[in-house]
Design a protein around this ligand. Structure first.
Ligand code: NAX
Ligand code: ADP
Ligand code: K
Length: 486
């Protein structure tokens, strides 16, 4: 099942729906004991709890309350706990009383030599950057990677916007983020700032994929991706699985043709066609590709990938127009996007499934404006305006469809930030569209496999797009084998 990510409003709505659990304080008790359990797990993994030293930076709202109750649990376990109250008069009264009863110490500044620090400055009620009093406390700490204390953020790293994931400056860089009931948008959109995200069950109802106002963010689980991946059945032949056609490359950029077509060959069984001037190069790399120089000679396909390295001259425009006038699913990338930006009428009246796959620069050309800090709204807004599916590339890939549903994917590392990696993504996603997946599912599943392939290929050393392409099959295999469905 896809995992739904929530806005702050949706979280509050889900909390309110629990009635007595919220007003009676049960939710906060569950949340804070979840935070304490995660901290205990972290301390145990690094030498045990008793006698360890934990600090907390405590804001004026319920986020600070969660942190104070969690520190009280830790103090009862023999952990030496110190809290810095940013606003002593407004610290959560119940949390503060519990903390003091448990033997916690209050200080003006965090002491040195802490093993772990809890960020209880702000959660979903936070706005803007960390204010200076809080920022000063975190600035004193050595970074966790350089031997400083691990930082466990309660609900969100403070200074990160819950809904947009905008990382204000300054903001807390968390080692672990502990959240409650369901992840918030920021846990995907600002994933690198959150560290490992632990979701604690506190007994709130789950939001379904289509509940709440747009944009609605979800993430496919690995099992979803494994279940979606096309696998030939007993009655299948090379045509029945959906043939993908790749129109890419030019005399100047033959590599884009090889990468996109090779990715399509690797991603699914069946058949891959190629159309363009790099036909000889493509066939010499992939003899199984059925290649033609012109669209007239291409043969039938069930979906097109058009654009990588194809150029933006009149010939390219004519080919793009012809492809977009068909009623077949089409993925438009790279030079194809530059042409679409200059000729929006090419997609304006399209009814057939259409996937545009811009990076930030191509997005600006299409939208007439930069992506900005709210990438979710940027992707969803363009999809709604153009009535097509938009896959916005980057470390966090967002695939927005016109209905307001957005599928996201965190690549998990940034090794894929290399020239030609986008051509590989197009080939994978196009092959999935030819097999019958919607543009959204094809884009999101392709992004997952692409990110995983980058990780497998890199294993801590830089890669080029060819290495990424070589790891597409191992990535599909790993995801399918790890899943119950595979
Ligand atoms: N409502 C509940 O029962 C539950 C709430 N929970 C916790 O409560 C949090 C939400 O609590 P609140 O609504 O009190 O809001 P927060 O505690 O997130 O923040 C609100 C307070 O922070 C101040 N503030 C806002 N931006 C700031 C900034 N940039 N720097 C410093 N201070 C800033 C505000 O003036 C306000 O006093 C959740 O994130 C979660 O941690 C959990 O305990 C689960 C149950
Ligand atoms: N920082 C990053 N971390 C992880 N993946 C990234 C990052 N930046 C880009 N990518 C991915 O790498 C690919 C780059 O595509 P693109 O920008 O079109 O490059 P090219 O046109 O050279 O192929 C996309 O799949 C994108 O999502
Ligand atoms: K926090």
């Amino acid at each position: 099942m896809p995992i739904r990510y929530l806005t702050a409003d949706a979280v509050r709505q889900a909390e309110r729906a629990t009635g007595d659990l919220l007003t009676g304080g049960a939710l906060m008790r569950r949340a804070s004991s979840g935070v304490a359990q995660v901290v205990i797990g972290e301390l145990r993994a690094t030498g045990g709890c008793y006698g360890r030293r934990v600090g907390g930076v405590i804001g004026a709202g319920d986020n600070g309350g969660d942190a104070l109750y969690a520190l009280a649990v830790l103090a009862h376990r023999g952990v030496a706990c110190t809290a810095v109250l940013l606003n002593p008069d407004r610290a959560h009264p119940g949390g503060l009383a519990a903390f003091c009863r448990a033997g916690g110490r209050i200080a003006e500044t965090l002491p040195s030599g802490l093993d772990l620090v809890i960020d209880g400055v702000v959660g979903i009620g936070g706005r803007g950057p960390l204010r200076s009093a809080a920022a000063d406390q975190f600035a004193r700490l050595e970074r966790a990677e350089s031997g400083g204390p691990a930082i466990v953020a309660v609900d969100l790293p403070s200074g990160v916007d819950a809904d947009t994931g905008e990382v204000h400056d300054p903001a807390v860089q968390a080692t672990i983020t502990v959240t409650f009931g369901a992840p918030r948008n920021a846990h995907l959109l600002a994933a690198p700032q959150c560290g490992r995200v632990e979701v604690i069950d506190i007994g709130i109802d789950r939001f379904g994929p289509s509940d709440g106002p747009a944009p609605r963010l979800s993430v496919l689980a690995d099992d979803d991706v494994a279940g979606l991946w096309p696998v030939p059945g007993p009655d299948d032949d090379k045509y029945s699985q959906g043939v993908v056609g790749v129109i890419a490359g030019s005399a100047r950029y033959p590599g884009a043709a090889i990468l996109a077509t090779g990715a399509a060959v690797s991603a699914t069984s069946g058949m891959t066609r190629y159309v363009g001037t790099a036909a000889d190069e493509v066939v010499s790399h992939y003899p199984e590709v059925v290649a033609a120089r012109t669209l007239d000679d291409a043969g039938r396909v069930q979906a097109w990938v058009v654009g990588p390295g194809m150029g933006t001259d009149d010939d390219a425009l004519a080919v793009l127009r012809t492809v977009l006038e068909t009623d077949l699913p089409v993925l438009v990338d790279a030079d194809g996007l530059t042409l679409v930006a200059a000729h929006p009428e090419l997609v304006a009246d399209r009814r057939a499934p259409t996937l545009l796959t811009p990076h930030a620069g191509e997005y600006a050309r299409l939208a007439g404006d930069d992506v900005g800090a709210d990438r979710l709204q940027a992707a969803a807004g363009l999809a709604a305006k153009w009535q097509v599916t938009v896959l916005l590339k980057g470390r966090i890939t967002l695939v927005a469809d016109p209905s307001g549903d957005v599928l996201g994917n965190d690549a998990g590392s940034s090794w894929a930030a290399t020239a030609g990696a986008g051509d590989v993504l197009s080939g994978i996603a196009g092959a999935l569209m030819a097999s019958g997946l919607t543009p959204s599912l094809a884009g999101a599943a392709a992004a997952r496999v692409h990110g995983h392939a980058a990780d497998l290929a890199a294993r801590s050393a830089p890669i080029g797009a060819s290495a990424l392409l070589g790891a597409v099959r191992p990535a599909v295999r790993a995801i399918r084998e790890a899943s119950a469905i595979g």
